[in-house]
Design a protein around this ligand. Structure first.
Ligand code: SF4
Length: 354
């Protein structure tokens, strides 16, 4: 079990964000039976628990919502009646997992978080731990985690070459290390792109792939300035393409104001990028680490646009505004966009085939 140091002691802060968001929470047959039994025993409120209509394939229902919140969410206490009365084991898997995003493979489970959860988002700001990959994180004990089962094939280095699992894990650790050690978000992204391009030139006759990954550390940082609007909007468009019924991209936002506002939160932005680079599904679903790099650039671009949007809508700017932008970024990339569609877009952009 591995996670990022900044997530390693995550605890639910009962923000109610997950229970108060108007999205579908599918219910497995075991959770449906527990909820129905709980109502028969008068331990749960006697409300209609399930939405009308057919549930998704493989599920026994979808939790009903009233005014955008789950019918079992108590707005006053910010607590869940199912959790409180029946225990965590009675919850649908979606409720138990959020905001955890797991990837399971032959080398174990890697977990990152969705920062749409405000408690998780705040962890990006912490001062007490340096950013790193850690083993046996206390917040994530061994157990079953729902998520990508990456058991079949290791990721592709590029469309004509597979990586071995250990080298891919080292690549993710390298991305986290760059995010922890380069102070500029844009220089970190440019450096990671340069590192990936160098790695993609590797041939078996050059030696062991792991050595080539580790050698990336010795390359100097690529120093760049802030990106231009075309760079930013092209990456935001990647994300929007992966969202059914996406709104058009707002191209008139004042990105320079967003860039200025981001400066005091650059370290947190780098941590958000690292949290997408680590435990990533992209490398398994797309066709090469260039697409993985593109996914990180998309995170930064979407965050910048969300910062600019928050900045444009308010006279004051500070931590809460930044966290709102982080939440909006992960809502789009982690929950609204289809992972398969994102992987296809990033692959198309980087290697020309979806
Ligand atoms: S069942 Fe509980 S945890 Fe799940 S969405 Fe409803 S209130 Fe939230």
């Amino acid at each position: 079990m591995v996670a990022l140091s900044i997530h390693a002691d995550y605890r639910c802060g009962h923000s109610g964000r997950c229970c108060g968001t108007d999205w579908d929470v599918p219910v497995e047959s075991s959770a449906r039976a527990a909820i129905e039994a709980g109502q028969q025993e008068r331990r749960l409120p006697l409300v209609e628990p399930f939405a009308a209509g057919f549930p998704p394939e493989g599920y026994a229902g979808v939790l009903r919502r009233e005014r955008g919140a789950c019918v079992f969410f108590d707005q006053a206490s910010r607590l869940c009646a199912v959790h409180g009365q029946l225990g965590q084991g009675a919850l649908p898997v979606t409720c138990r997992q959020f905001p955890r995003i797991a990837r399971t493979g032959p080398r174990g489970v890697a977990i990152t978080l969705s920062h749409y959860c405000p408690t998780a988002a705040r962890l990006l700001l912490r001062e007490d731990v340096p950013l790193a990959v850690v083993e046996q994180p206390e917040a994530f004990p061994p157990g079953s985690y729902e998520g990508l089962q990456a058991d079949d094939w290791p990721p592709l280095l590029h469309p004509r070459m597979l990586m071995d699992e250990a080298s891919y894990d080292a690549w993710e650790a390298h991305v986290v290390w760059r995010c922890a050690t380069v102070s500029s978000l844009w220089s970190a992204l440019a450096t990671i792109r340069r590192d990936a391009e160098a790695l993609c030139r590797w041939r078996p006759e050059d030696g062991v792939l792991m050595d080539a990954v580790l050698a990336c550390r010795s390359r100097p940082v690529v120093q760049v300035g802030v990106p231009d609007g075309a760079w930013v909007h092209s990456r935001v468009r990647d994300a929007r393409e992966a969202v059914p019924e996406a709104e058009p991209v707002e191209e008139r936002l004042d990105l320079s104001a967003g860039l200025a506002a981001m400066v005091s939160f650059e370290r947190a932005a780098l941590r958000l990028v690292a949290a997408h680079g680590f435990a990533s599904w992209c490398a398994y679903q797309a066709r090469g680490i260039a697409a993985h790099v593109r996914s990180l650039e998309t995170v930064a671009a979407v965050l910048l646009v969300e910062v600019a949007r928050v900045k444009a809508s308010s006279d004051s700017w500070g931590t809460e505004g930044f966290l709102a932008a982080v939440g909006a970024t992960d809502f789009l990339l982690r929950h609204e966009a289809s992972r398969e569609a994102l992987a296809a877009v990033w692959t198309r952009r980087e290697v020309g085939a979806g």
